[in-house]
Design a protein around this ligand. Structure first.
Ligand code: AMP
Length: 189
């Protein structure tokens, strides 16, 4: 069973993903991380991707779907995948669901709940240590937050109606939040 992690920027999604991967043997597909690699490649495609990331906007549909399709296709069928940062809007959900159905992969979703303002503050804090350009600019962070609220929340709601989502309070300490997450993942097996 694969896992989709959802959570506003700064919700601790990336950190928790790594711990889940280690404990349960997931291979992580981090959409933002994969796109940042492409952006750094210096290719024409990379330049295009970089311009969207720097602006805090979703990269074009065809580009991200190609990346995720390739990532799914290159992993063995029995390798569980943890998807972080995909799908992010309804069009991506539609195509993602089709790809997953076609290759016979099942999944459940965990949503980490956090107040957007707390997310902004956490990101501004981490920008100092991780050096990501799109984390250092408050306006860009707020645009990413708004995109999450306008485009990604409806995706989570739709999965909720399909009975695929568990929501977890992301406000507490990393360890406490993780404990709740691992209990849910154990239940999913
Ligand atoms: P993140 O690391 O998840 O905060 O993503 C960083 C940036 O990568 C976003 O602001 C977008 O520009 C881009 N990105 C990440 N995931 C997606 C996606 N599923 N669709 C389009 N763009 C994405």
């Amino acid at each position: 069973m694969d896992l989709l992690l959802f959570g506003i920027q700064g919700s601790g999604k990336g950190t928790q993903a790594k711990r889940l991967a280690q404990e349960f043997g997931f291979d992580i597909f981090e959409a933002g991380g994969e796109l940042r690699k492409i952006a750094a490649s210096g290719s024409q495609l990379g330049e295009t991707v970089k311009s969207y990331i720097d602006a805090g906007k979703l990269v074009p549909h065809e580009i991200i779907m190609e990346v995720v399709k390739e990532a799914i296709g290159s992993r063995p069928q029995d390798q569980k995948i943890l998807f972080d940062g995909i799908p992010r809007d309804s069009d991506q959900k539609k195509d993602f669901d089709t790809i997953m159905r076609e290759v016979g992969r099942n999944f459940r979703c965990i949503q980490l709940l956090l107040d957007p303002e707390e997310g902004v503050q956490r990101i501004l804090g981490r920008a100092k240590t991780e050096g990501r350009a799109d984390d250092a600019n408050e306006e860009v962070i707020r645009r990413r937050m708004n995109t999450f609220i306008e485009k990604t929340l409806p995706v989570i709601e739709a999965y909720g109606k399909e009975g695929k989502v568990v929501a977890i309070d992301g406000r507490g300490e990393i360890d406490a939040v993780y404990e709740e997450m691992r209990i849910e993942v154990q239940r999913m097996k």
